[in-house]
Design a protein around this ligand. Sequence first.
Ligand code: GLN
Ligand code: ZN
Length: 757
Amino acid sequence: MKTSIVGYPRIGSLRELKFASEKYFKDEISAEELQKTAKDLRKSHWQIQKDNNIDFIASNDFSFYDNLLDTAMLLNVVPKRYSNLKLSKLDTYFAMARGYQGKNGDVKALAMKKWFNTNYHYMVAEIDDDTTIKLADTKPFELFKEALELNIKTKPIIIGAFTFLKLARFTGKKNMLNFIDDIIDAYSKILDEFNILNAEWIQFDEPYLVMDLSQEDINIFNELYSKILAKKGNAKILLQTYFGDVRNCYKDICSLDFDGIGLDFVEGKKSLELVQNNGFPKNKCLFAGIVNGKNIWKNNYAKSILTITELQKYSNNIFLNTSCSLLHVPYTLKNELKLADSYKKHFAYAEEKLLELYELKSILSSKNPLETQEYINNAKIFAEDRMCNNIEVQKKCANLSNSDFIRLPKFEVREKIQKDVFKLPILPTTTIGSFPQTTEVRKYRADYKKNIITEDEYNSFMENKIAECIKLQEDIGIDVLVHGEFERNDMVEYFGECLDGYIFTEKAWVQSYGTRCVKPPIVWGDISRAKPMTVKWSKYAQSLTDRFVKGMLTGPVTILNWSFPREDISLKSSAYQIALAIREEVLDLEKNGIKIIQIDEAALREKLPLRKSDWHSDYLDWAIPAFRLVHSGVKPETQIHTHMCYSEFSDIIKEIDDMDADVITFEASRSDLTILDVLKQNSFQTQSGPGVYDIHSPRIPSKEEIVKVIKKMLEKIPAEKLWINPDCGLKTRGVKETIPSLEHLVQATIEVRKNIK
Ligand code: GLN
Ligand code: ZN
């Protein structure tokens, strides 16, 4: 029995890669210095895997921004507008990732999307009719050699041809079928190169296989791999799947010439059943994903052993694996200096998961697995009472009735009442909530946490920032204001820290996109609101202005989706508990004179199950009600906004409308505006603010550009239902680009308004 991982995080246990990259973006260090940091990180990641006796150590899981973008570079999928900038290879890469505005030109970044059901984002490769797919880069080979020089033979990881094509955006007349031959050729060349280097195993990641596949998809997959594998040479090929099960193509992948198949036994509801019903090919190795790559709870050895023992009936070649890349969990508990051991002993981050794999291997290799010390220690932890119950909360949840989920009066009635109360101009302008978080803001927050400054000092700093922010918005001429969210490190962690039942970490950073990381809090027990969380700030902000200031909360589904959830109760139960806590805050804000309350559900779409048949039963049937529970108690004249990141909710448009918010803002600028057609076709009743510019890039949109976007939106959305706003919070942006961008937004709106009725 051997151990393997699907991939390792790359940002650095103290986010070294993030800080180096951001310095490079600001021209503070050279490309060589950035490369040096990257190299040191790779070395230490390989070494850690080696120290933990991992048999299949991963390479090419490193990336400066995103693995899919790396694959696009590898396959020559670089749109002309980027290569035309004539930048260095590294800077062309970053131009695709982040956009470029400088002496060589002005281009937007590629679109960005969520990676399956995770909070990681990948860059969408863009293929046009002039694209020639061919092997065009050497990164995977160089990294393989780099590890060899350290005496470590790695298993290189490359996103597979099928997933790559399925996730690509075809902007011309051609579609994926037109690129099959070229991509087969490119992957064959990749295999040739690795054969020259004597690589033993190569991992192709094909997570797309866990999606609902059509027969045509399966045919394409078969064609791709029957041809790619024909040229595999001496190298062994592992087909790695994750985030679900491969029910549509299990037999197909078993009959192809792969040497190993990686299945996910954590999220793959049917993975075990597939093996039981169909067997597993004798000549292949089964990489059994049993250590959860997405959550931080310790592996329950008893359960894993049961799964492996069952699998051993079908295969003699089982390797222990993670369920997916460890990219989605933080680095190591060693950096959690403040978290008590009574908590920590229940958790395993990436490094500790390596040890779990090793322990499982030793347990399973011993004569009496259940008598090994590793097993006994693990069983003890799971037998313990974690002291996390709150009977009162459990009772409240049990007593919920249908009427708790329904806001009255109906939308149309409220809409009229609110028009009279607010008297906003047509096309009201607003922002999504946060304003740039300068180093100063972060320092004050950190100093307050460390008790370096007093509460009074902290409060008065925050009040000054809020006052500044309100003044800025008034000067720019925005209609509905925000307080700026300076008190928040993160839209979820902040609430986690204010809620009982949550615990939070110091260094549990997980990569979200590019150099950005999030630090999800941990749902430890039953959740309740310990104290008002935002009232003080919102009330202060409102006291400074005659314009309306939005109260700003994060919704229950997003709080849960961006936390590490419990594994001992259902997601639904946790979501309802959180909803009740946020509901208290909503009512408190209303009582304190806040007339517009935004409840962000940035992450609602992201945990939509990958398979359609699971959408309702596993998710929407509780996620939408959880949101309704939060706001069903407010007065008709209180306006409820929600915000969602990304506009990929075309297929759940009815459910989004059913959240029964009064206004929804969402991303739209970075993808095309197709979502607007969907809104129109479905006579979407909720007022909408599709983002008019992309805040994920430092690029400043011109007024003219925004005018065009608004006009386009007006073709699909009636003026009286349209709001004008950026596509997300501004916290990751600099002040420098934020002010002109917002000024252009307001000027553009004013210009368009002139032409309305
Ligand atoms: N209100 C939050 C902010 O502006 C929303 C962030 C988000 O959607 N990710 O930062
Ligand atoms: Zn957003």
